[in-house]
Design a protein around this ligand. Structure first.
Ligand code: BGC
Length: 437
């Protein structure tokens, strides 16, 4: 019987962008060579990271970036999505590092795709403050002035939804605030930061700009009207709240009055047109009303008092993170966006997709990626204009509050020696990429 490893993937259009993704705080290390971020402060507090680890060394990518770029070149990807650490950019010599990294990528024929914010906010800043949005636009301008001669494709923010929910509403990520709905200004200030950064990047000559938002198709736990209503509200919070200001220039109705008073006046800036829309997809969400039956999902531990509960999706394999494997959720998500937003949806790029599992012979990861790339192709055939796909992640890395206990890499990183060993999934992806050239 043919395994996933033997089967060729369906053909994607010429010019489709294949890549892998990482983020600065999760791989760089060299924490002493930059100012502190909210994540350094958070991980220093006991009990916040499951294995008690920090990202002070992480994968030491800061010192080993040449080896990592060689791994990218060996893989044969078109593009590499990494993030630029704002605290490092603020520190002496910080931009020099990204300068060297971009040169190395260009020399290897890999397109650099920097994300300007992937959760590691300078510890001196706070997204509850509106001014942080303007500071972010300054950061974008500084990075673009330095790298813009070689970088054409930019990502403003990574997953403002998760950063708001996990970091500010329920406090399981940095900065560890538990504000519940009082965290909504954090969502708005990030969206404003996105729009102002798009303007700053355009002023610096950038022509290919997107955002990487996390989205999941949301299914009600049952046909009971209370579950349907709860699922609808969760869909607003996770999906529409972050897509509609960017794509339509408005907040979805139920949220308008919950947003800061000055939010309406900012929407023109928030909706500054993007060239493409990035979607990070891992799994769908099944949602019920409080008091509805069913086991809890493997998702984040939401406190009582919220008008919804995340429920287990039954009958599916789960990854080491406890997330169900539902490839067709990616097709549903993208076709759903296409139907909902029509010609207001620019071309889509899947900016993250992947799974955590153990082992160097990682057949589960191959099966996951194979199935999700096929599901992506189904979305393409259904008429969604999909332009690229990035695997999360190149390396096993610092998985936030899970520490190093969850491995998402195509390349294994030994925690003692930091030695890199390409896994079976790396070889599978390389062979798939070679076959299409
Ligand atoms: C984030 C990554 C994270 C991955 C797996 C995404 O939400 O952008 O930083 O490692 O999911 O949890």
């Amino acid at each position: 019987m043919a395994t996933e490893a033997d089967r060729a993937l369906p053909r994607f259009p010429d010019g489709f962008l294949w890549g892998v993704a990482t983020s600065a705080h999760q791989i760089e290390g060299a924490a002493e060579e930059r100012e502190a971020s909210v994540w350094d402060v958070f991980t220093a507090r006991p009990g916040r990271v499951k294995d008690g680890s920090t990202a002070a060394v992480a994968c030491d990518h800061y010192h080993r970036y040449r080896e990592d770029v060689a791994l990218l070149a060996g893989l044969g990807v078109d593009a590499y999505r990494f993030s630029v650490s704002w605290p490092r950019v603020n520190s002496p010599g910080g931009l020099d590092f990204y300068d060297r990294l971009v040169d190395e990528l260009c020399a290897a024929g890999v397109r650099p795709v920097p994300t300007l914010f992937h959760w590691d906010l300078p510890a001196s800043l706070d997204w509850l403050q509106r001014d942080t949005a303007a500071r972010f636009a300054d950061h974008a301008a500084v990075v673009a002035a330095r790298l813009g001669d070689r970088v054409t494709t930019w990502i403003t923010l990574n997953e403002p939804a998760e950063h708001t929910l996990l970091g500010h509403a329920i406090g399981v990520h940095a900065p560890g605030e538990r504000l519940l709905f009082d965290a909504l200004p954090v969502a708005h200030h990030q969206l404003l930061a996105h729009g102002l950064a798009v303007r700053a990047l355009r002023a610096a000559g950038a022509a290919d700009i997107g955002i990487a938002n996390s989205h999941s198709p949301v299914r009600p736990a049952s046909g009971d009207p209370a579950d349907v209503e709860a699922a609808g509200f969760y869909d607003v919070l996770l999906n529409r709240l972050f897509a509609e200001p960017v794509l339509l220039g408005r907040y979805p109705d139920p949220m308008v009055e919950l947003m800061p008073a000055d939010a309406q006046a900012d929407l023109e800036a928030v909706a500054e047109p993007v060239d493409w829309y990035g979607v990070n997809y891992y799994a769908p969400a099944r949602v019920g009303a409080p008091g509805s039956g069913g086991a809890p999902s493997g998702g984040p531990p939401l406190p009582d008092g919220l008008p919804f509960r995340l429920r287990e999706i039954e009958g599916r394999p789960v990854t080491d993170s406890g997330w169900p494997v539902v490839p067709e959720g990616l097709t549903d998500l993208l076709t759903g966006f296409h139907e909902r937003y029509g010609d207001r949806l620019p071309p889509v790029v899947v900016t993250e997709n992947g799974c955590s599992c153990e082992g160097i012979d990682d057949q589960e990861r191959i099966a996951y990626l194979d199935a999700h790339v096929r599901a992506l192709h189904d979305a393409l055939e259904a008429g969604v204009d999909v332009r690229g796909y990035f695997v999360w992640s190149l390396l096993d890395n610092f998985e936030w509050a899970e520490g190093y206990a969850r491995r998402f890499g195509l390349v294994h990183v030994d925690r003692d020696t930091l030695e890199r060993t390409p896994k079976s999934s790396y070889h599978w992806f390389r062979n798939q990429l070679r076959a299409r050239r």
